[in-house]
Design a protein. Structure first.
Length: 113
């Protein structure tokens, strides 16, 4: 996720920025970032972690500034996992997979913790 809107604003003549309320094809939401030349919009009816990629001029109405909803701690951890660009599963990344659990139980049993 990027927050540099200079290309979008210059190329399309819009005033996009994080926190700007928008209506896209009749759905209201808030801009939370950019992805290449697309807006990342969190629509009001979705979870705070869900974003949709929208073209800056396709049926977009730019409104006043709003407030970006905060992610829950679990959503933050999952976003960190996605940003880490790792090849393991989310459970492995968290350390709650079967192997990690067995390692922790072994360490606890033998006093290694």
């Amino acid at each position: 996720m990027s927050t540099d809107f200079s290309y979008i604003n210059k190329s399309y003549g819009v005033n996009a920025c994080v926190g700007r309320r928008v209506i896209v094809d009749g759905e209201s939401g808030i801009i939370v970032g950019t992805n290449n030349a697309y807006l990342e919009v969190n629509f009001d009816h979705l979870k705070a972690s869900d974003v949709s990629y929208c073209h800056p001029t396709w049926r977009v109405e730019y409104l006043e500034m709003g407030k970006v909803r905060k992610l829950t701690p679990g959503q933050k951890r999952y976003q960190e996992y996605l940003d880490a660009d790792t090849c393991c599963t989310f459970a492995e990344w968290l350390g709650v997979d079967k192997k990690s659990k067995e390692r922790r139980e072994w360490a606890k049993k033998w006093g290694a913790v």
